[in-house]
Design a protein around this ligand. Structure first.
Ligand code: PLP
Length: 371
């Protein structure tokens, strides 16, 4: 957990340990399987079944998962990927590291996620992948994005780091793209401390990803490198935590839904802010509840609102910094992403957050209107 979480009465995020976390981590430790091991295999089986996905690969973190997805797709220096201008910048950062140009598209002002038309506007002959980021657990409208990718022969990667348990048209996010990724960071819906997952139904992509995950080595033959891979592996200790977390995924999901409904109920009535709207036919499991503050109602600005809440013991986070404000991207303005980056405030969201605490957060926030 970020240390800041400890210093607030109501942290922004908090992992939920309701089950056998300690026992399984201790089991792994005592078994001496602390790098790879049986918990990794079990965690992969659990997640494959949950996602109804043919291949899942547990990896060190969600950023490594994206890196691995890029390698599996054969992306290389000089290629371009399209990714949204509002969202966590992991895909864009990894692209830059690999010499790939991240091309940003603006997002829908209602859902805060990319739409097919936004993507279409920035495609070029060099586009080799579309990275759909399901920001805050809200889901991009995937059908038109997948259709666009298919029409142009461009694979879609879903960055579902924030969207475990979210659905669109009844299907789980992170199972629709050619190859998709998740994060199990401490703040995420279920956690392995640091951790991530690559999910695909494509045998060839899975095979390539498996090779790149572990220095191009095949299990059957030691020190025989087939591709210039990396070490993206998840440890057995991480997976032990993940297996215990997964045993409670339904309860965690239920409680996160309660938290979102409670916020929706209370924030719906507060003038001067808008909540993220869900895409048509989607059923998101919101990972972090965000509100878009209206400048005329919060003239002190989002960051002062955040500071005032911190003084009351409530931790919040700003919206994602848009690429136009990140020096190394050297980007132009993106009107929607820039506004979201400036005015979104993300509120405490975790499974054990009590309704009384949500009421307190909402009350404190409402007292800051017209302040
Ligand atoms: C959308 C998104 N993608 C990727 C990542 C990277 O995941 P990790 O922190 O596990 O590397 C995150 C992490 O917060 C994320 O929110």
């Amino acid at each position: 957990m970020p240390s800041s979480c400890q210093s607030h009465d109501i942290p922004w995020a908090k992992p939920t340990f309701w089950g056998k976390e300690e026992q399984y981590v201790l089991d792994a430790l005592r078994s001496s399987w602390i790098s790879g091991g049986p918990f990794v295999e079990r965690f992969e089986r659990d997640l494959a079944e949950y996602l109804a996905c043919k291949h899942v690969l547990a990896v060190a973190n969600g950023t490594a998962a994206l890196h691995l997805a890029f390698l599996a797709l054969g992306l290389k220096s000089g290629d371009e990927i399209v990714t949204p201008a509002f969202g966590f910048m992991a895909a864009a950062n990894i692209a830059l590291q690999l010499g790939i140009r991240p091309v940003f598209c603006d997002v829908d002002p209602r859902t805060w996620c990319m739409r097919a038309d936004d993507v279409k506007a920035v495609l070029s002959p060099k586009t080799r992948a579309i990275v759909a980021v399901h920001s805050y657990g809200n889901v991009c409208e995937m059908e038109p994005i997948i259709a666009l990718g298919r029409e142009r022969g461009i694979p879609v990667i879903e960055d579902a780091a924030e969207a475990l348990g979210s659905r669109i048209s009844g299907v789980l996010a992170g199972t629709l793209g050619a190859i998709n990724t998740f994060s199990f960071h401490a703040t995420k819906t279920i956690t392995t401390g640091e951790g991530g997952l690559v999910a695909t139904n494509d045998d060839a992509l899975a095979e390539t990803a498996r090779l790149y995950r572990s220095h191009g080595l095949r299990r059957q033959r030691h020190y025989w490198h087939e591709v210039p891979g990396h070490n993206f592996r998840m440890t057995n200790l991480q997976a032990a935590l993940g297996c215990a977390q997964f045993e409670h995924v339904d309860a965690i999901t239920r409680e996160r839904r309660r938290v979102f409904s409670e916020y929706e109920l209370r924030l719906g009535g507060i003038p001067g802010m808008a909540m993220q709207q869900k895409a048509l036919q989607s059923d998101p499991l919101i990972w972090a509840v965000g509100v878009l503050l209206k400048p005329d109602v919060f003239p002190q600005g989002r960051d002062r609102v955040s500071l005032a809440l911190a003084e009351k013991g409530i931790e919040t986070r700003p919206g994602f910094q848009p690429p136009s404000e990140i020096a190394y991207f050297k980007e132009k303005p993106y009107p929607v992403a820039d506004e979201l980056g400036r005015w979104v405030l993300s509120l405490p969201t975790f499974a054990t957050l009590q309704n009384s605490e949500i009421e307190h957060v909402c009350r404190q926030l409402s007292t800051l209107a017209h302040a």
